[in-house]
Design a binder for this molecule. Structure first.
Ligand code: 5GP
Ligand code: ZN
Length: 112
């Protein structure tokens, strides 16, 4: 469990850790994933620190889905997954709400 002070994504928001930034609004940041599982794998996060989606105030949510749509469109991937993990059993590693966009090559089938 990461507190706000030690949260790696809060440090990215504050510019204390570098990232390859894709999009920024008043409340949202999108950047490339440091360990991509597919070409173009990126992350969309609220700037507000909340561990899980259920902890995120609704007024911090309004820019997230439009940002996901913009990023997904920019990747030009016809096939992609929008993934959002909550809790260890659901494979959440970084305890700051984030959405993955994971492009899928159209010939990948279920292999990736
Ligand atoms: P989770 O499993 O929590 O849903 O995914 C966390 C994601 O954050 C992983 O895909 C991981 O590669 C990415 N990540 C972890 N630390 C950093 C970092 O310092 N910078 C960036 N850009 N991505 C990170
Ligand atoms: Zn955080």
């Amino acid at each position: 469990m990461n507190s706000l002070a030690s949260c790696i994504f809060c440090k990215i928001v504050k510019g204390e850790i570098p990232c390859m930034k894709l999009l920024e609004t008043e409340s949202v940041l999108a950047f490339m994933d440091i360990g991509p599982i597919a070409k173009g794998h990126c992350l969309i996060i609220p700037k507000y620190h909340a561990e899980k989606l259920t902890d995120l105030p609704e007024d911090q949510m309004k820019d997230i889905l439009p940002a996901c749509k913009k990023i997904a469109t920019a990747t030009r991937a016809d096939n992609f997954n929008l993934l959002q993990n909550n809790g260890r059993a659901a494979h959440q590693v970084v305890d700051h709400v984030h959405f993955h966009i994971i492009p899928k090559p159209s010939d990948a089938g279920d292999k990736e």
